[in-house]
Write a protein that binds this ligand. Structure first.
Ligand code: GDP
Length: 323
């Protein structure tokens, strides 16, 4: 029986990955932390309550589940939050990932059954990249605590791969969906545009509008993870669309999708939302994933923005119906 163990199972990616692997016939087990939301799809997985920093607990869980695949999606996912909690970022995103790789490797050694491990790394490991677009060969030079913690986990996947674990690291560019919390700029913008369209808000306060990101559709990114786990050889893969847009472009697309013509009347630039250091542009060259995994994105930028705005317009409707 193919069994998958997903940490961070109730986050955006965990929710989509649970659906995807369930659809592929996997028995899905998810690690859910105290304080996390309940799973959106409780029928599709077995929930295990625990924490990546509880080492004996995680070892016991991995030994009990005996997964054939482990996906490490747990961690502090917000760059902004990691500036506030840099040591926690190192412990959870960095050391937590290594600990899980060690548990996977030991399980494989003990049982003789191969375990495929997938690490959710991030484009933030490249920091202020000087090469555009970035590939798996681009120098790793993070510029914030989030990127540094993810770089450590990414490099550790290479270490465990050399040790005989089928460990792949997915260098994921920003990937968004209606499941994104508004701590990310995309959802903040789509919620803001929808609220303004409904007359429920009069302004949207944002930071740096010139930052450029390669934004993709989150379900495409979890599909890439599953392809990597099933591939004959483990490896590192850059996953992104290859097209970058500015935060301003996102604002324009979202206000247009919400039917608000003059976005400049509503958007206020607020220094409170600027970052101490912020990569100006991140842009993926995913040609290796396209070639070796047969992966490609299914939605482009405008489609992604339109999907998110449509959901937020609907929930604004629901709010006004209730209120
Ligand atoms: P990140 O790329 O993982 O940090 O994803 P975010 O969605 O948090 O931020 C993307 C970009 O949007 C960064 O360059 C931020 O500096 C920029 N940005 C501009 N205004 C805001 C804001 O109000 N909130 C957030 N989260 N980011 C903002």
């Amino acid at each position: 029986m193919a069994r998958a163990f997903i940490t961070g199972a109730t986050g955006q990616d965990g929710t989509y990955l649970t659906e995807h692997l369930h659809g592929l016939g996997f028995e899905v087990h998810g690690l859910v932390r105290a304080g996390d939301p309940d799973p959106a799809n409780p029928d599709l997985l077995t929930v295990h309550h625990g924490d990546l920093t509880d080492r004996p607990g995680i070892t016991a869980l991995v030994d009990e589940i005996r997964p054939t695949q482990i996906y490490n999606l747990a961690g502090l996912s917000s760059v902004a939050f990691c500036w506030a909690e840099p040591v926690l970022a190192a412990e959870v995103n960095g050391a937590g990932a290594v600990f899980l790789m060690e548990a996977a490797w030991r399980l494989q050694e003990r049982t003789g059954d191969p375990v495929a491990f997938v690490q959710a790394a991030s484009a933030e490991i490249f920091g202020e990249a000087e090469v555009f677009p970035q590939t798996e060969q681009t120098p790793i030079r993070p510029v914030n605590p989030y990127g540094a913690s993810k770089a450590f986990a990414h490099l550790s996947a290479g270490v465990y791969r050399a040790r005989g674990l089928h460990a792949s690291s997915m260098i994921l560019y920003n990937h968004e969906s209606p499941l994104r919390p508004p701590s990310f700029v995309t959802r903040k913008i789509t919620q803001g545009a929808a609220s303004i369209a409904k007359g429920e808000a009069t302004e949207l306060r944002l930071g740096n509008l010139d930052a450029r990101r390669d934004w993709g559709w989150a379900p495409d990114y979890v599909a890439a993870m599953a392809l990597a786990a099933a591939h004959a050889q483990p490896d590192d893969y850059v996953i992104g669309t290859g097209v970058a847009h500015s935060v301003r472009d996102f604002v324009v697309a979202a206000f247009t999708a919400a039917g608000v013509a003059d976005w400049e009347r509503y958007v206020v630039q607020d220094p409170a939302f600027y970052r101490p250091v912020d990569p100006t542009e991140l842009l993926a060259d995913a040609s290796k994933a396209r070639r070796e995994l047969g992966w490609s994105p299914t939605l482009d930028f405008d489609q992604l923005v339109a999907r998110m705005v449509a959901v937020d317009l609907d929930s604004a409707d629901a709010n006004s119906a209730r209120g």
